[in-house]
Ligand binder design. Structure first.
Ligand SMILES: [Fe+2]
Length: 241
């Protein structure tokens, strides 16, 4: 469960027409086929986010407007990446703190349309769904219900940290820190996602303020036990019919 094989590419939304530097580097890497064959990644993923503007690279995963223009842009980049890799690319739902008033569709509708247009797959970060739902004021279960189950290829779980929302004094903003244990509501949502999507590879994301290895492995064991419990319960249910 810890360290499931996946590459990372983030920021696919350059608007200046030049090939995104990450896509260009990937194209160069994959121009020598033996390199890709040697690594042979099972899963390669990137966030639904942008990080470049006018040639500047920002080391953050910044939010997109969910509209037709952004869809066409991201669709093109996914095709470029998939053409390089020769396999479906996984798009990961981001952690959200702000949105665009101009968005004409929800994040789920945007992801569904990307899957339909490109054949890409989805990496469902369950903790991101929980904290984004809290921060943006939507229902996390409805979000999961709206995702195309056939396209879900990996799950993520990570810890988040509550902070006071500077824009709304007294309100709490959940920050995707990957620095603390996974919270109980995220574990509950993980179980809900497993019942909807079935068993999937799971990655525990804990990359700041690292705990002792035993603590980290304990999170992975819990993720495995929850998945195993659901598989057993569903098998018993099927056998009793
Ligand atoms: Fe993630």
């Amino acid at each position: 469960m810890v360290g499931s094989p996946s590459g990372k590419l983030s920021g696919k939304s350059a608007r200046d027409g030049a090939p995104h530097r990450v896509v260009a580097a990937l194209q160069d890497f994959c121009s020598h086929r033996w390199r890709l064959d040697r690594i042979n990644p099972i899963l390669v993923s990137g966030h639904l986010a942008w990080s470049t503007h006018n040639g500047e690279y920002l080391n953050d995963l910044l939010p997109l407007p969910y509209d037709e223009e952004a869809l066409r842009l991201i669709e093109g980049h996914i095709h470029e990446v998939q053409d390089c890799l020769g396999r479906p690319y996984l798009i990961e739902n981001p952690s959200s703190y702000v949105g665009f008033r101009t968005s004409g569709m929800s994040e789920v509708e945007f992801l569904c349309e990307l899957v339909r247009r490109t054949g890409c797959r989805l990496l469902c970060d369950v903790s991101n769904i929980y904290l984004s739902a809290h921060n943006m004021g939507y229902d996390a279960h409805t979000y999961i219900d709206g995702l195309p189950a056939h396209a879900i290829s990996e799950l993520h779980l990570g810890g988040y940290t509550p902070e006071e929302d500077a824009a709304k004094p007294g309100a709490e903003l959940l920050i995707d820190t990957h620095a603390v244990p996974i919270a109980e509501p995220a574990w509950d949502l993980y179980a809900y996602a497993l019942r909807r999507f079935g068993p999937k590879p799971v990655l525990i994301e804990w990359d700041n303020d690292l705990p002792p290895l035993a603590r980290l492995l304990g999170e992975a064991v819990r993720a495995h036990q929850i998945a195993a419990g659901i598989i057993v319960a569903e098998a018993r249910c099927a056998a009793s019919r």
